[in-house]
Design a binder for this molecule. Structure first.
Ligand code: 3EB
Length: 353
């Protein structure tokens, strides 16, 4: 496939709310909000919505911004949505299955694709990534900061190859073609199986580069041997981006993998401890690489815990409570980690001011 470079195209910008105030900081915010409180939350926060992500049911809200609904049922507490906001006014774009919201620093871009019978998941994934990366380049946000991928039946075998492995082939092809400095420019990622639904790809991208990190306990996923699939998973263990003076540490989906081996098959408690240890080492590594403290008291964090079997919720929850990592702001969602033996996966965002 030939490399195509697309020039900057004029796209009509729709300013949703407020006037553009160029001197205002462009810092995005990330919060979990009870679904029932979403409209009053927005009314009382002086922030412009970039995106709303709901889990297990559409959020009915008057908030006008790109929104996406993922079939990842909540396992604890009242339904919450994830809200991305901007202190700056936001411009939104919509073209069929593509939607984006941008400020002067970052873009939140979503693409939703229904799989069609007769089209392989690798082709569907390649086309989706090709489109998303092209749109982001045209909008002026070519640098990837964070990617999330969701699709159903992730561990099912389809014509001799697992659907996750097919997904990895298409993603690898599109990113290797489009990204300068592949694989070093790959961002933190998540790939989790939903209960049902289309392929959803969510990308946070920037006008500036972010810094991508590995985990000293783990082989970089893009260097995994071919025993895990014909093409390696295209993501970094963590990405750090600086916005309005705050360092944002985006932690990729982290599971019970040491080196490149899955550890503790069938043991949810041990997998949870191993995952927490991977997170602890990653946070310390991020601290030492950047001189920023992502563990101390001036940080705020939100995490998502993806649980394969709802029966394991209590042991996973109890095990995490015994680690110092998580106290508040954790969503427990039913979702399938990408390797079938993995029972739990945790991602996070830690902001240090
Ligand atoms: C792993 O470390 C576990 O394919 O985008 C975690 C996060 C995992 C992201 C992805 C896969 C992905 O390999 C699985």
């Amino acid at each position: 496939m030939k490399k195509v470079h697309v020039g900057h195209r004029q796209t009509q910008r729709i300013v949703l709310s407020g006037r553009r105030i160029p001197t205002a900081p462009a810092c995005p915010g990330f919060a979990y909000v009870e679904t029932a409180q979403l409209d009053s939350w927005h009314a009382t926060h002086d922030r412009h919505p970039l995106a709303v992500i709901s889990f297990g049911g559409a959020a009915s809200s008057a908030v006008d911004c790109p929104s996406i609904s993922l079939h990842l049922p909540h396992l604890i507490g009242p339904a919450q949505v994830e809200v991305w906001t901007s202190t700056q006014p936001v411009c939104t774009f919509r073209k069929d299955q593509f939607s984006a919201a941008v400020n002067d620093e970052v873009a939140a871009a979503f693409l939703t694709v229904e799989e069609e019978p007769g089209t392989s998941l690798e082709r569907t994934t390649y086309a989706a990534y090709h489109r998303l990366l092209g749109e982001l380049r045209e909008l002026g946000y070519p640098h990837l900061w964070r990617a999330w991928n969701y699709f159903p039946h992730i561990n099912e075998i389809d014509n001799g190859l697992e659907r996750y492995q097919r997904f990895c082939i298409g993603r690898h092809q599109a990113l290797a073609e489009a990204l300068p400095d592949f694989p070093d420019s790959l961002p933190a990622g998540t790939a989790v199986g939903t209960v049902s639904g289309p392929l959803h790809i969510l990308i946070l991208a920037g006008i500036r580069q972010a810094t991508h990190l590995g985990n000293p306990r783990q082989v970089n996923a893009y260097d995994y041997p071919q025993t895990y699939g014909p093409r390696s998973p295209s993501f970094a263990r963590a990405t750090i981006g600086r916005l309005d003076g705050d360092a944002h540490l985006f932690v990729a989906g982290t599971a019970s993998i040491v080196g490149h081996d899955s550890r503790h098959p069938r043991l949810p408690e041990e997998q949870t401890r191993e995952t927490a240890e991977n997170l602890r080492v990653l946070l310390n590594h991020a601290n030492s690489m950047t001189g920023t403290d992502f563990i101390g008291s001036h940080t705020s964090a939100c995490y998502k815990v993806y649980v394969r079997h709802p029966d394991h919720l209590h042991v996973i929850h109890r095990t995490l409570r015994d680690t110092s990592l998580f106290l508040d702001r954790v969503l427990f969602l039913q979702g399938d980690p990408c390797r079938r033996e993995l029972l739990v996966e945790i991602e996070g965002l830690i902001i240090s001011d």
